[in-house]
Write a protein that binds this ligand. Sequence first.
Ligand code: SIN
Length: 533
Amino acid sequence: MAILLRTAAPVSRAALRRRFQTFTIPQIQSRPASTMPHSVPKLNDPSLFKTDVAYVNGEWVKAKSGKTFEVFDPSSGKLIGTAPEMDAEDTKKAIDAAAAAFPSFRTTTGRERSKMLRKWYDLMVENSEDIARLITWENGKPLADAKGEATYAANFFEWFSEEAPRIYGDTIPASIPGNRIVTIKEPVGVCGLITPWNFPAAMITRKIGPALAAGCTVVAKSPGETPFTSLALAELAHRAGIPKGVVNIVSALKNTLDVGEVLTTSPIVKKVSFTGSTGVGKLLMKQSSSTLKKLSFELGGNAPFIVFDDADLDTAVAGAITSKFRSSGQTCVCANRLLIQSGIYDSFAEKFAAKVAEFKVGGGYEEGITHGPLIHDRAISKVDAHVRDAEKKGGKVIQGGQKMPELGENFFQPTVITGMTTDMALSSEETFGPVAGLFKFDTEDEVVKIANNTEVGLAGYFFSRDIQRIYRVAEALEVGMVGVNTGLISDAGAPFGGVKESGFGREGSKYGVGEYQTIKMITYGGMGQPLQK
Ligand code: SIN
């Protein structure tokens, strides 16, 4: 997910508003302080931690209303700080700043933009320890994972800094004698970027990197649960000399829908990129229709993870651990349905569960912790509901299966369930948590049908050593991304995105920059005529 629980069902605006409003009520504040074992981070550069301000037109600003919202550490339940509760008016100001900056920024050369992005990248690398600490603090993921995310996030700036000077058009042979056709790629304009909490750094750099490479200016809405990492990135943008108004970051929790509405309906904003749930994506698309914006949406998934009898068992188990339990299952490309062929099912289940039993769950700053908390209590409720539903319908929990109140309200045991069937909730809904349900299948045809029997199609994985099967199944899966004999497919240079109700458009890679450009065709007439004597 992301901005909301990932759900494919269309969600009414009123229902979304009710859900956001519950975000203002910290659900874990009642836990006595004595049971809070987690420490707060010490930053090498405390000025990266910005509270009560957002970044608009190169300045640190408060919400006009003066309102703020609270952000809580998902591990300890303690208050981290407050961020500005910006509204429609604040967002319009940020859009105006981005619009004012666009005419000059669009005329910078690719090389100039490359240098800016490179500088920002260098500063991210220099400050990666602090970025990681902020990520762990507000998102909960273990520090080692957060360091991985800080690097992953910076990679988008590095990759797009290299792409910025390489934006080429075409020369096309014309059918009309004397005509010459060329294309040039132009920045689309002001872009609205809406990013999720599950990768507080990487999802924003994945959008800002290509936007700036193309010559666009942006207004990014930081995630309500994790605003502080984006604000640290804004501070680094400032230090990198990104011109004022080119990058604007607004924050909101309760007003998230109002900010989203302004970004999607403003005639000044020419493109919206959103990562989040399919339900919210549908609402944003509807709102964007009034101005026919260019859109790219990365929405919910229900990733099949298939292990064929001929797979290398250890490779498949390692891939499943990575794919299912990365960020405690809170990525949109996490394996959701583990489909294991009957001949290898028992040995896979045994080895996999044994590995899961070795995980160490706890606060992200603690030594040796492999898995942290989930983001909030609603995530815990969903995970718990999927486990209980599976049990009720005959599934067997062979590892974990319970909440972990001794650690905090947002902790859940990494769980493995065997005997899964397609009537269970986990089969059709994205769990977005640390629950691995193992389904048994017999034939390739059968498993491809099961894998594709969903409205969404983001990522899919399979493990096999049969080269013909590898080609066949990779091509048959109805998804935007396939991992073959690997559980990790994310890479700044790879096109990331889905098909079906998982959205459209690609992020990262040479295709990512195209999402922020328009192609202009120019026909020159009367060219190539003989020279007049
Ligand atoms: C996501 O969960 O939306 C992104 C995951 C990734 O980039 O690997």
